[in-house]
Design a protein around this ligand. Structure first.
Ligand code: SF4
Length: 247
């Protein structure tokens, strides 16, 4: 039985069929790489713990909104121990401008307690361990693994989910399905930064309401039925990101 399973996995194609050829995929990510050689997430943080908290707070909130609240919070609580000292009530005061703050405060205190009690106050470096923390799902775990520990993961947020489906890059009904397909089709050398490239592309160009195809560097390659322009925007490196300046 085990052998049969192994055989099946071995014979599974490394790259599933995609609307895009290998050359097109490579070209898409090459252009993203020229445009933003060192893309960064826009959530402010100072260590893996503050990143974990910022990501947990960012569900259904903008990065700019989270940054506004966490700037003051992380000055007083940048470790799980200090977060526990601060306590749930005072934490709520710091984050009350963020949606669902009551629930999020509860989770941050509970995850801080678990980090202290079960992980020696350190953020664990595996997805399996991360998802045992209160309020931490696969997406949050992937962001932390990538941004804090440099692992090539692909957290599918709302922008990535939209783009993957809109341009038929990796269509899927659920974020997990999209994640699995993207990881298979994105050329290995581009996988590490792909998460941020796609988020930034979705946030600033391939926007939810109306994609700005006239500003898109992959307009000639894109296979979206929604696209409004075939001519790619000039491929130039963008100025360094100003973290926290935008929604
Ligand atoms: S051409 Fe338009 S639809 Fe296609 S990726 Fe660019 S912005 Fe999105």
């Amino acid at each position: 039985m085990e052998n049969a399973k192994l055989k099946k996995r071995k014979s599974a194609p490394r790259r599933p069929k995609s609307l895009y050829s290998q050359e097109e995929l490579r070209e898409i990510f090459r252009r993203f790489c020229v445009q933003r050689p060192e893309p960064k997430g826009e959530l402010e943080h100072i260590n893996p713990f503050t990143l974990l908290v910022a990501v947990a707070l960012s569900a259904q909130a903008t990065d700019a909104g989270v940054n506004k609240a966490t700037r003051a919070l992380f000055k007083v609580a940048d470790t799980p121990e200090k977060m526990l000292e601060l306590g749930e009530e005072r934490l709520r005061d710091y984050i009350k401008t963020i949606g669902l703050y009551r629930n999020k405060a509860k989770n941050v205190i509970a995850l801080s307690r678990m980090l202290v009690e079960n992980f020696g106050g350190e953020v664990p470096r595996t997805r399996d361990a991360l998802v045992t923390l209160p309020g931490v799902g696969r997406k949050t775990a992937n962001v932390v693994l990538s941004m804090a520990f440099g692992q090539a993961t692909l957290a599918v947020d709302t922008h990535i989910f939209r783009i993957a489906n809109r341009i038929r890059l990796a269509p899927g009904k659920t974020p997990d399905e999209v994640e699995e397909k993207l990881i298979r089709i994105i050329p290995d050398e581009y996988l590490y930064h792909a998460h941020h490239w796609l988020i930034l592309h979705g946030r600033y160009v391939c926007k939810a309401r109306r994609p700005e195809c006239e500003h898109c560097i992959i307009a000639d390659l894109c296979k979206s039925p929604e696209k409004t322009c075939d001519i790619p925007a000039p491929l130039v490196e963008l100025p360094p990101q100003v973290i926290g300046a935008t929604a």
